[in-house]
Write a protein that binds this ligand. Structure first.
Ligand code: ADP
Ligand code: MG
Length: 339
């Protein structure tokens, strides 16, 4: 099948359609506004109980996409459905209420943990709206803090008195306190040392399976995403270029950008690592069919509007000759250029 977007699945908890975000930023002496096309038409769904990984280099639009999906940012275009409800234009208290079933965990939890409050109050906070009694709330706080491995010795500490890993545990406890349907984790371990990173990743995996959560897990690290996700979406310059079940993405990597990303992963075995050759889009462009001919033999697909093709079941790849050739002419840049 080929199309501009994969069709939504019936058991989606979150469905986003054709999301676009264009920022306008002043540039130069005269403050002329420049358009930054951060997200350029992303359609995705998150199925109930799955972890959807999103991977791509810095600047590819992952965070902007996640912030639109949770309606922290309003999309420039497109729509968002959460549990079947259209969140796209909701505002104020209606939006807060509709969004209660989704939570975000950020790279730096300090930004969202009030420095004046002790851990126990930080985790209790989301429960205040539920009408639960104080005793019930405290029971739930103890339960979730126990689940993330923080014992009562931590309850009265403030965020700045905790290590990065402990802070991220508090952020996760806070996120799951209300038993959300969807947790969106944006580079949750990028600021942590390797040991804390492994602990937090395993904790998220446990939480996800025990509570049957749906999760979006964002990282620039493909290895981490493979460990965490059931399906993976690869973002490049504000678009999804490949979307597939995690193992399939590695075993049948098709889009040149995904091949570049995978070739950049260091290999633990020293001999294999010595033989590893990182690829560039420029080199890959040379292998691809000429601009304008779709490698999937689809007549409707054009370089201006490259289609996503279902090349194996549930494995989607955006047509790439146009992109690969553009990368050959215009050196690859980390920030998206205007479409
Ligand atoms: P990622 O999370 O993949 O690193 P982002 O979504 O943070 O990417 O950024 C995508 C692009 O949008 C980048 O070029 C970034 O500079 C730009 N961008 C992100 N947020 C803003 C903002 N609030 N104002 C202007 N530009 C932004
Ligand atoms: Mg980001």
């Amino acid at each position: 099948m080929s199309t501009l977007a994969p069709p939504p699945s019936r058991d989606a908890v979150l469905e986003i359609r054709d999301l676009v975000k264009t920022f306008r930023r002043s540039s130069g002496l005269f403050g002329k506004k420049k358009a930054i096309h951060a997200v350029r038409g992303v359609s995705l769904d998150v199925r109930r109980g799955e972890t959807l990984g999103i991977v791509g280099e810095s600047g590819s639009g992952k965070s902007t996409m996640a912030r639109m999906a949770t309606r922290l940012h309003k999309p420039t275009e497109g729509s968002i459905f959460f549990n079947g409800r259209d969140l796209t234009s909701l505002r104020g208290s209606t939006l807060i209420e509709a969004r209660r079933g989704m939570q975000m965990v950020f790279q730096d939890p300090l930004g969202c943990l009030d420095p004046r409050k002790p851990v126990i109050s930080l985790v209790e906070e989301p429960l205040l709206v539920t009408g639960a009694s104080k005793a019930e709330r405290r029971r739930r706080v103890a339960e979730v803090l126990g689940a993330v491995g923080l014992d009562p010795a931590f309850y009265q500490r403030r965020a700045h008195e905790l290590s990065g890993g402990q802070r991220q545990r508090v952020a996760i406890a806070r996120a799951i306190a209300l038993v959300p349907d969807l947790v969106v984790c944006d580079e949750p371990t990028s600021a942590l040392d390797v040991t804390s990173q492994a602990h937090v990743l395993n904790l998220l995996l446990d939480m996800q399976s025990q509570n049957d959560l749906s999760m979006i897990f964002i990282s620039h690290n493909l290895d981490v995403v493979r460990h965490m996700a059931d399906r993976v979406a690869v973002m490049y310059r504000g678009q999804i270029v490949e979307l597939a079940p995690a193992d399939d993405l590695y075993e049948r990597t098709t889009h040149p950008y995904t091949r570049c990303l995978i070739s950049a992963i260091p290999i633990a075995d020293p001999e294999a690592e010595r033989a590893r050759v990182p690829l560039s889009m420029k080199e890959l462009a040379a292998e691809h069919p000429p601009l304008g001919s779709c490698p999937f033999d689809d007549r409707d697909c054009t370089p201006e509007e490259p289609y996503l093709h279902e090349v194996w079941p549930d494995h989607w790849v955006r047509c790439f000759p146009g992109l690969a050739h553009a990368a050959q002419q215009r050196p690859h840049r980390a920030t998206p250029v205007s479409g």
